[in-house]
Each structure stands twice: as C-alpha cells, then as structure tokens.
Design a protein around this ligand. Sequence first.
Ligand SMILES: Cc1cc2nc3c(=O)[nH]c(=O)nc-3n(C[C@H](O)[C@H](O)[C@H](O)COP(=O)(O)O)c2cc1C
Length: 146
Amino acid sequence: MKVLLTYTSMTGRNEKIANYLADYLKEKGADVDLEEIIDTDAFGLTDYDAVIVESYTYHDGEVPDEAQDFYEDLADVDLERTKFAVLGSSSKKHIHFGRAVDYFTMQLNSSNGEQVSDSVKIDQDPDEDDFKRVRDLGDRVLKSLK
Ligand SMILES: Cc1cc2nc3c(=O)[nH]c(=O)nc-3n(C[C@H](O)[C@H](O)[C@H](O)COP(=O)(O)O)c2cc1C
C-alpha cells in the first residue's frame, strides 16, 4: 500500500496534521511518502495506490501560491482511477472557508481520480473531533486499498 501524502502549510497547522495522519497510516501498515506540494510532481501521482492532498486556503478562497503549479498541472494528468482524499485546516474567520479543499477535490475528480473519502475541512487548530475525522479519512483510504 503505497500512499503519497502531500501538503502545504504556512503557519504549521497543516504540517502538524499531515505528520499526525502519516504516523497513523504507517502504524496501520501503509508505506507513506510525506512531502510538500511544492516538491510534488503531479505527473507522478499514478505511481501511488492512493494520494492524499492537504492544503490551507489563502487570499480570498484561493489555492495557496506555492500550490498553484501543482494544481494547474493536475488538469493535464490522467489519474487512471488512483484513489484520493483531500483535507485541510483553514479558517471560518475568512470568506470561502476551506475552498482550496473544494478546488482540489473537484480537480482530482475531473482528472479521473477515485475519491474514497469525504473531504475534511478543519477550522484552524484541530480539536479531538477533528483528529477523529482525520483518522476516519485515513481509514477510508486504507480500506479502499484492501
Ligand atoms: C492572509 C490570509 C488569508 C486567508 N484566507 C483564507 C480564506 O480565504 N479562506 C479560509 O478558509 N481561510 C483563510 N485563511 C486561513 C488559513 O487557511 C488558516 O489560518 C490555516 O489554518 C493556515 O494553515 P497552516 O497553519 O497550515 O498555514 C487565510 C489566512 C491568511 C493569513
């Protein structure tokens, strides 16, 4: 079970969540590559059994600048039904709460990925309930690979 977890984080929340999720998946036996979106080649996603994308939302409901190239490249990729899930911490204090999560979810679906979990939006710092939703997302990804 080869899983890519690619994330972007400016102030550290999504980095912390990504580390938590990667550790959880590894405990469950998955082979996880954890990397930042800026280092991720969208055309390499089909090397994985499943891909998890995690991003905050910036500006007025936009994909962060450093994730734009990856996001745009996804439009030219055929994911060949690679399983995927999307999550991200953003903030309800801003308009368009977590819209980068929606953008990635839509793009990965249009690029012929297979969504295996509802997307998870977290308001700023994750609480216990959020961590449970993160684990549930991980469980759904792993279940889809069995
Ligand atoms: C200038 C600025 C603009 C933001 N715009 C949005 C936004 O449009 N929608 C949203 O949901 N969150 C927005 N946020 C909130 C961040 O997505 C949120 O703080 C997130 O938890 C940051 O994640 P990180 O710690 O991984 O960088 C914005 C934050 C800043 C500083």
